[in-house]
Design a protein around this ligand. Structure first.
Ligand code: ASP
Length: 324
């Protein structure tokens, strides 16, 4: 269990510090008020994504629709080189995409190792809504998308192709580097108090062909339990999968942890497993509970996340939310 002091400290920082000190509540002393709607997403490209999601939330729409619409912004933006169109390819020059989505009723859908589709998140949603399955991968996911009206497109931009070619010459196929990833994970609570989340990525650049990360794995990069909270992840997917990151965080919140304390506990599990070998590993977690309280934690200092609500439209950097 989190200590009382830990809870207070993390809640203050998680809420973006002192202006939001009125959010402080001790476990068992909640007023019952919920901050909603609210949307959070990883990294600075979360800002335009949140803005899009906010339109739906503010109009009284569902968190599920908001997170899908939100993450489609970086998916379609060729300047974002780690998500969708414009994503850096694998070591063989293929842009391969992973995405998943989950709603307030444990419905979930996902696609992995999908090529040629601009909005994998919408395919993941269709898997959730139109099939008896949760996950489709590779060519099967592509065929399903095409049968449902999606168009096949070339997602490898000339800029991404140029970088990949330079890399193949310089690095002789080392498919793993520190500063080469950034998934969008978005979680939201709507006016009805329902939570949902979405994650989408082109994964680690120059990864092995066929590599699938945490992003399409329910319980790793995303988990939602409407009675407790929602969590999402970014960073080296292998480390997130190893500890079932998002599910771990949601379970911790169900057991009374604040969102920030839950994220910190998950990061600490990774640090414990990797011992001293975390210098080159970034993993960042983001969590939101059923009260609309939120927090984050990451291994490295460069993690940042975007928050949008009636009172905020901010990017929070580690110095804003860390209590280390
Ligand atoms: N988690 C993603 C993956 O491992 C990459 C990232 O978020 O940076 O594919």
């Amino acid at each position: 269990m989190t200590t009382r002091r830990g809870f207070l400290r993390s809640t203050v920082f998680a809420a973006g510090a002192l202006p939001f000190i009125n959010r402080l509540r001790l476990p068992g002393f909640r007023s019952g008020s919920v901050t909603k709607p609210l949307v959070l997403s990883t990294w600075n490209f979360g800002m335009p994504a949140n803005k899009e999601a906010w339109k739906i939330l503010d109009a009284g729409g569902k968190a599920l629709d908001a997170v899908e619409a939100g993450v489609k912004i970086p998916e379609g933006d060729p300047k974002v080189t780690s998500v969708g169109y414009g994503g850096l390819p694998d070591r063989d020059g293929h842009v391969t995409l992973d995405a998943c989505i989950m709603d307030e009723d444990f419905n979930c859908g996902s696609v992995a190792f999908l090529e040629g589709i601009m909005h994998p998140i919408s395919v993941a949603r269709l898997v959730m809504e139109k099939t008896p399955h949760i996950m489709l991968a590779g060519d099967g996911a592509l065929q399903f998308a095409l049968q449902n009206g999606f168009k096949k497109e070339n997602l490898l931009t000339p800029e991404a192709e140029k970088k990949w070619k330079e890399w193949t010459e310089k690095n002789n196929y080392i498919p793993y580097e520190k500063t080469n990833h950034d998934t969008i994970g978005m979680i939201a609570i709507d006016k009805a108090g329902n939570l949902s989340g979405a994650v989408t990525t082109s994964g680690l650049k120059y990864k092995y062909h066929g590599r699938v990360g945490d992003s399409p794995i329910i319980g790793a990069a995303l988990y939602v339990n409407n009675d407790a909270g929602a969590a999402t992840a970014t960073g080296v997917g292998e480390e997130v999968i190893r500890i079932c990151g998002a599910h771990t965080i949601v379970e911790l919140m169900a057991n009374g942890y604040s969102p920030a304390d839950a994220c910190k506990a998950a990061v600490e599990r990774i640090i414990k497993i990797k011992k001293d070998n975390i210098k080159d590993i970034q993993v960042g977690f983001l969590a939101l509970n059923k009260y609309g309280e939120y927090g984050a934690y990451a291994i490295q200092n460069d993690f940042e996340y975007a928050v949008y609500s009636e009172t905020e439209n901010n990017i929070l950097k580690k110095s804003d939310y860390s209590f280390r």
